[in-house]
Design a protein around this ligand. Structure first.
Ligand code: SF4
Ligand code: MG
Length: 341
């Protein structure tokens, strides 16, 4: 099957008074219809910036962008705002952590969905309202007709999130980008929203990009996983394989900082020491080298001088890792430096 979205060697940078902020530094991935790709990484890893580029949500005057983003057959790097307006909310939609930021506080929920629908459909207000009520019903909001008349503040947090999903899906987008959609919710509501996204995906066959730092969420809903660090993809592959047998030192560190998951893979992993690098001043070589306990296992200082390419690690399928260890045909275990006890 062809990917719905193909990102190739994407670079996004913002000139600032403190220098050029290199937010995305050569990112490649594919998203397939009916599948969910989790994009994982610490804050500042480029997860949000790279997906906002897909939506055309950056300020073109303040952004330098290169590479390629092909969505549903259209090249979006260099696309005009008019072209993005045709796509946004229609071919691709984005929902955020905080429904408050996407829902207008002083407009009735139904009217907001009506407006979003009528941007892309020439229909009467009455027809659009029928569609809005149908969408509120689909996302599991009780009394949708009455709810459509209400303002966002009359909704609970979980119901607001559902309303935002209804707004995001009203035009049947082929791609839904969900940026930390459940982070602000309690665990029960979070599980309900994730179930809802799964059901809607089964029903509509849409592709989902799920941006999250929560590996339990990833394990629950994502078919594929992309791990980002300092604006690059450092590991990608099928979620179960990446979580069970991580091959990039950073992925291992991320998993190590989640007790429940490191238990399930039966290993004790140390949480990652240190902080991500400054995006105005990336270290030479592998961006992860200041924090990497494996850097010394790679000969000739390559970790300090040479940016690793994406390589399939030995003994894996459909996996790509950006690490010199994989280049050398080594697993992290084989390279594990002697640790002081
Ligand atoms: Fe660590 Fe070197 Fe691999 Fe980077 S390339 S993750 S520094 S071993
Ligand atoms: Mg973010």
């Amino acid at each position: 099957r062809d990917p719905l979205l193909s990102v190739r060697d994407l670079q996004v940078a913002f000139p600032t008074e403190d220098g050029l902020v290199r937010a995305v530094n050569g990112l490649s991935y594919d998203v397939y219809p009916g599948r969910t790709l989790a994009v994982v990484g610490e804050s500042g890893s480029g997860k949000s910036v790279s997906t906002m580029a897909v939506m055309g949500l950056h300020d073109p005057k303040r952004t330098r962008m290169s590479g390629s983003i092909v969505l549903d057959g259209r090249e979006l790097v260099g696309a005009s705002q008019a072209q993005f307006r045709k796509i946004r909310g229609n071919v691709a939609s984005m929902i955020f952590q905080d429904a408050q930021s996407s829902l207008h506080p002083y407009k009735r929920v139904g009217d907001q969905i009506v407006e979003a629908y009528r941007v892309h459909h020439r229909v009467s207000k009455g027809k659009a309202m029928a569609r809005a009520v149908e969408m509120l019903d689909r996302v599991g909001i009780p009394n949708p007709r009455k709810r459509a008349e209400q303002y966002p503040f009359e909704f609970s947090g979980g119901m607001r999130q559902r309303a935002m999903i209804a707004l995001g899906l009203v035009n049947d987008p082929k791609l839904l980008i969900a940026d930390e959609p459940t982070t602000a919710l309690d665990v029960t509501v979070q599980a309900q929203i994730l179930d809802l996204l799964k059901d809607l995906q089964d029903e509509f066959g849409s592709a989902i990009i799920l941006i999250t730092h929560d590996l339990a969420v990833v394990a629950e809903v994502a078919h594929d996983t992309l791990v980002m660090y300092a604006g690059r993809g450092v590991e990608r592959g099928a979620t179960h394989a990446v979580l069970a047998d991580p091959r990039h030192p950073y992925t291992r560190g991320l998993l190590g900082s989640v007790p429940s998951i490191s238990e399930t893979i039966g290993e004790e992993l140390t949480p990652i020491q240190g902080a991500p690098p400054s995006l105005t001043n990336l270290p030479p070589g592998c961006s992860f080298n200041p924090r990497c306990e494996f850097a010394q296992a790679v000969p000739h200082d390559r970790c300090l001088t040479e940016i690793p390419g994406l390589t399939p690690p030995p003994g894996t399928e459909g996996r790509l890792v950006r690490c010199h260890l994989a280049d050398l045909g080594l697993t992290p275990e084989e390279a594990l430096p002697a640790r002081e006890e």
